[in-house]
Design a protein around this ligand. Structure first.
Ligand code: GDP
Length: 186
């Protein structure tokens, strides 16, 4: 068992994953790391919704995920239900140096997902900017405990800047989706 990145365009599964979380937590940079292994120090909100694809090997099958980023739309919150349509997984991101972004996961984003998405959806809670340890405002233990008491929520800390755990978080989410058979092979 296990999964690894393979740059192919032939696949057994195709499904949609969305990035959610407050503005500035690092969603755009997590996406560009997963897709192109790039990072940008400038925050440049994209207007509208961007998506990109990445294929990975899960066991002996190839899963291709279409990853959607709200890119600024989240500022207005209340993302339309069209955005969630057909979504199998969520990368739900907060910034470990800003406690309010974690509170918004618990107070706002999870409710929004539950209201709009299918109940079988798999969520990877991502504590990003883990490289900024001197500025840490959310403990690993608190986030881990929060995820552990919920069904279908997993947890990982990442650094898009240092490229730590970014692909792991995405790969684990995709693997859980495939193992749960939320999607059927094409
Ligand atoms: P978004 O609004 O959620 O899409 O966030 P962005 O990806 O635009 O990132 C917001 C800011 O945080 C930018 O200045 C990034 O350079 C910075 N940033 C993103 N990820 C990290 C990270 O892992 N570590 C550090 N130190 N900065 C990051």
């Amino acid at each position: 068992m296990g999964s690894s990145y393979i740059p192919v365009d032939d696949y057994d599964y195709l499904f949609k994953v969305v990035l959610l979380g407050d503005s500035g937590v690092g969603k755009t940079n997590l996406l560009s790391r997963v897709a192109r292994n790039e990072f940008s120090h400038k925050s440049k909100p994209t207007i509208g919704v961007a998506f990109t694809c990445r294929s990975i090997q899960v066991d002996d099958e190839v899963a291709k995920a279409q990853i959607w980023d709200t890119s600024g739309v989240e500022r207005y919150r209340g993302i339309t239900s069209a955005y969630y349509r057909g979504t199998c997984g969520v990368l739900l991101v907060y910034d470990v140096t800003r406690h309010e972004t974690f509170e918004n996961v618990t107070k706002y984003w999870l409710k929004e997902v539950r209201d709009h998405a299918d109940s079988s959806i798999v969520i990877m809670l991502v504590g990003n900017k883990a490289d900024l340890s001197h500025l840490r405002d959310v403990t690993t233990e608190d986030a881990k405990a929060f995820a552990a008491e919920k069904e279908n929520i997993y947890f990982m800390e990442t650094s898009a800047l240092e490229s730590t755990n970014v692909v792991n978080a995405f790969t684990e989410l995709v693997t859980k989706i495939c193992h749960n058979r939320i999607v059927r092979p094409k």
